[in-house]
Design a protein around this ligand. Structure first.
Ligand code: FAD
Ligand code: DLZ
Ligand code: SF4
Length: 509
């Protein structure tokens, strides 16, 4: 029988992957490839590249132990073709294989590349998700608005998570009302486990250091989980020590604590080391055993079977042009401060420094600091999108683009968010201790030292009045703006303009 190639991409490191399930160990060859094209189509953070290469190598060893034949292309192999399709062609020639089995990639770009390859490629569904494309399309059909909350309830019913018969446990679907407390004085969770690099990881770190020095971000110290065993340990550590307060402090931010009560499992989930259901079941067990309260457990499970599945559904429903959308017509270039240039805004400085060092920031830093600023300042959403895709270790387009383009930049015209996530400095001040050590004054609305978020917030609302005035959830904002006297409004707008001019000129604002 003619052999086939089985493609396993860098974020498909799951024993249960559909392409592996459909293949035959006895005659097929698994193809895995570290390629320059994937590492640099955006300039990924060195920690992200190291995570993917190291986890790929560990997974290839696992597959070999399971009896698979693996053709693994390391980045520095002289024969490396430099692209996924190039590597498939090289392996087809070597083995005489006439067909490729692949699990659907999480990016339209790679799906097209596989479809256009001069090879017979069979693309199978990625069934590591709870909702298939078809299930999401059926849910979306005929709905005027695709609100996550309703999708999430269906996912609860489908999985049985936190259900008593057909009713949600403790009588409510959503306990967010009890969540989102301001930053605590003391954080009792020591944060994620840090795994020492083994020999495989150490080799990858040297390779990445030599090849991707020019990419933004610190490679070392590197401590991400790169094997399934480590990912399970990280999960168990979070469930035991962090979960109980996850809900309370989900949105809090602190100068001196980067991780608070967050789980740090997105990298492992997104590259396939963990499955969403096993993560949710571990968390649900903690609730059943009285180790974590409902607000924490429900909030956490909603992020995974709700948001994570929902954004993937939107990405594939909306089609390949999704990440290029620009519903608000924003065109300002991404300022250098996103790449670490000096800024006096402490919240941004902290979020970017953390991103550079960790390839991680938590949801509210991404949404209400870097995302909020990008939206208020009118930055081209595609540039914002490419930044998020590059700098976070958990960023793959199916999950990053809807969060950035849709939720954070409102560039999809309001499919994901019913109103833009914008705020003045007051929100950041409420949820963090950033403002206390900032050169700007959060309570000051205009004049020397006024917080730029305060100025830009009104500038945003004013310049998009036609678009948002009629939004029932934004009426109050416009009424507050209209109540200010005309001279004050003019001062706000002209100071905001002046700030934007200085930002564009590359000044350290
Ligand atoms: P926790 O806060 O502990 O949450 C637990 C899990 O819930 C996460 O691991 C993640 O799998 C899931 N989750 C939570 N929120 C979301 C969400 N909005 N969408 C999808 N899954 C979610 N998440 C990514 O996985 N990859 C991305 O590229 C990404 N880009 C983002 C860009 C922007 C602008 C914003 C606002 C959010 C983005 N998120 C992304 C969502 C979220 O910020 C991360 O999932 C989370 O910070 C990961 O850290 P954690 O594992 O400590 O999460
Ligand atoms: C992100 C990434 C990087 C940096 N490198 C590789 C690689 O060398 N080989 C590979 O198979 N995949 C890599 N990836 C992931 C892909 O670029 C792509 O984002 C995902 O497969 C889409 O789901
Ligand atoms: Fe950020 Fe404004 Fe607070 Fe400074 S004062 S940290 S710029 S919100």
């Amino acid at each position: 029988m003619v052999s086939r190639l089985v493609l396993v991409l860098g974020d498909q490191l799951s024993a249960g992957l559909s392409a592996l399930q459909q293949a035959d160990k006895a005659r097929d060859t698994v193809v895995m490839a570290e390629v320059a094209d994937e590492a640099s189509y955006v300039k990924h953070h060195p920690k992200k590249i190291a995570l993917i290469f190291a986890a790929m190598r560990q997974f290839a060893t696992f597959l070999e132990q399971e009896g698979w034949q693996v053709a693994y292309g390391q980045l520095d192999d002289p024969e490396n073709a430099g692209s996924i399709v190039g590597e498939l062609l090289r392996r087809a020639e070597q083995t005489g294989a006439a067909e490729v089995l692949a699990t659907e990639p999480g990016e339209w770009r790679l799906i097209s590349a596989l479809k256009e390859a001069p090879l017979k490629v069979t693309i199978l569904q990625d069934d590591r998700f709870i909702a298939s494309h078809q299930a999401f399309e059926t849910w979306a059909e005929g709905r005027k608005q695709l609100r996550m909350e309703y999708f999430y309830r269906d996912m609860r019913r489908k999985t049985g998570l936190l259900m008593e018969g057909d009713q949600p446990v403790e009588g409510k679907w959503n306990f967010d009302h009890d969540n989102r407390k301001p930053a605590p004085d003391e954080v009792t969770f020591e944060g994620p486990l840090r795994f020492d690099p083994d020999e495989t990881v150490a080799e990858v770190l040297d390779l990445v250091e030599a090849r991707f020095e020019a990419h933004f971000g610190d490679l070392r110290p590197f401590w991400f989980a790169t094997t399934r065993a480590q990912a399970l340990e990280q999960l168990a550590h979070f469930v035991t020590h962090g979960l109980a307060r996850f809900g309370d402090y989900q949105d809090a931010m602190l100068n001196e604590n980067r991780f608070l009560y967050h789980a740090l499992v997105s990298t492992s989930l997104n590259i396939g080391l963990l499955t969403p259901l096993e993560v949710c079941e571990a968390v649900e067990d903690a609730y059943k055993e009285g180790r974590a309260p409902i607000n924490a457990v429900e909030g956490f499970i909603r992020q995974i079977i709700g948001w994570r599945e929902y954004v993937r559904g939107i990405y594939f429903l909306e089609g390949p042009d999704y990440s290029s959308r620009n519903g608000l017509g924003h065109s300002r270039a991404l300022p250098a401060l996103y790449w670490g240039a000096e800024t006096r805004m402490n919240c941004l400085s902290k979020a970017v420094a953390q991103t550079k060092e960790e390839a991680y920031a938590h949801h509210i830093q991404r949404l209400m600091v870097t995302g909020n600023f990008g939206l208020l300042a009118g930055i081209d959403p595609h540039q914002v999108h490419e930044w998020y895709l590059a700098v976070y270790a958990d960023a793959f387009e199916w999950v990053e683009a809807p969060n950035t383009v849709g939720m954070s930049q409102f560039a999809d015209g309001g499919i994901i968010a019913s109103k833009p996530y914008v705020s003045s400095g007051a929100y950041i001040n409420r949820m963090s201790d950033y403002c206390k050590s900032c050169a700007y004054k959060v309570a000051q609305k205009t004049g020397e030292g006024a917080c730029p978020f305060n100025l830009l917030y009104w500038h945003f609302l004013d310049r998009h009045r036609d678009r948002f005035e009629g939004n029932p959830r934004m009426g109050n904002m416009y009424r507050t703006w209209d109540r200010m006297d005309e001279a004050k409004r003019q001062t706000v707008l002209s100071e905001a303009e002046e700030f934007l001019t200085r930002l564009e000129a590359g000044e350290a604002v």
